[in-house]
Design a protein around this ligand. Structure first.
Ligand code: NAD
Length: 253
């Protein structure tokens, strides 16, 4: 087998949450390009249908399931649909997330809880549902953030706490499941990539952040999706419990 063959995902089934916009769309397309069928979950099913069409255009099967990841029942229903319609689940990409920037003295309990509920709790509900059906050789990739590792100038307590928590969750699930179940669990910590989330940043914020990034620019979605494909399949077969920053060097400055 050649090294490039290790990046192929033929015959595998991936579940991608938050696949209705931004990085989730790029992840779904990259997994499909590598050969996987994809079950797509997000709240906006009409937007998900656009992603489904993109996956199908690449010759792979896809299903779109309305899913709010803060609901454990919705997470279970998405995984059940993947198993019943696509046959199995080999890869989970916990990508759904929301961002906020609220000064700590003004943030309400509801605002804080909502971010934790989606960005951290939702990843756990998805991992639990997948962990029950995944076979040895499977892979979970949690989309954390550089905000789980460092700060970036905005007041983001809820977001930073959720993304740092996700790194801890990644480590713990890896130690529970890698040896016993053969499921690898890793995280990606993206720096700045254009998406609906980064569109909401204040004017000039990303330019100012650019000075902290040795690469001197935002990332391209394909540069992150390539790291995802590495972790998703046999190419990353000896990697577990890790968080890989894909951030143009931001976390070393
Ligand atoms: P985005 O806003 O375009 O995408 C987020 C997706 O999550 C959307 O499809 C949204 O509908 C979905 N979502 C939100 N709440 C949900 C819920 N309760 N249930 C199901 N789906 C829900 O933003 P993005 O930049 O593509 O973000 C994707 C992931 O990458 C997020 O976890 C984000 O925190 C992370 N991230 C992004 C960047 C970046 O620079 N873009 C950097 C670091 C981390």
């Amino acid at each position: 087998m050649s090294v490039l063959d290790l990046f192929r995902l033929d015959g595998k089934v991936a579940v991608v949450t938050g696949a209705s916009s931004g990085l989730g769309v790029a992840f779904a397309e990259a997994l499909a390009e590598a050969g996987a069928d994809v079950a797509l979950g997000a709240r906006r099913v009409e937007k998900l249908d656009e992603t489904r069409a993109k996956v199908e255009a690449l010759g792979r099967r896809a299903i779109a399931v309305a899913t709010d990841v803060s609901s454990p029942e919705d997470c279970q229903a998405l995984v059940d649909a993947a198993v019943s319609e696509l046959g199995r689940v080999d890869i989970l990409v916990n990508n759904a997330g929301i961002g906020t920037a609220v000064p700590a003295t003004r943030e309400t309990p509801e605002q804080f809880r909502q971010v934790i509920d989606v960005n951290l709790n939702g990843c756990y509900w998805m991992a639990q549902a997948c962990g029950r059906v995944m076979e040895p050789g499977s892979s979970i990739v949690n989309i954390s953030s550089v905000l789980g590792l460092t700060t970036a100038g905005l007041p983001q307590a809820a977001y930073a706490a959720s993304k740092a928590g996700l790194i801890g969750l990644t480590r713990d699930l890896a130690q529970q499941w890698t040896g016993r179940k053969g499921i690898r669990v890793n995280a990606l910590a993206p720096g700045f990539f254009a998406s609906e989330m980064t569109d909401q940043y204040p004017d000039g914020y990303l330019d100012a952040m650019g000075q902290r990034i040795p690469m001197g620019r935002k990332g391209e979605a394909a540069e992150l999706a390539a790291a995802l494909v590495f972790l998703a399949g046999d190419a990353g077969g000896y990697v577990t419990g890790q968080t890989i920053a894909v951030d143009g060097g931001m976390t070393i400055t």
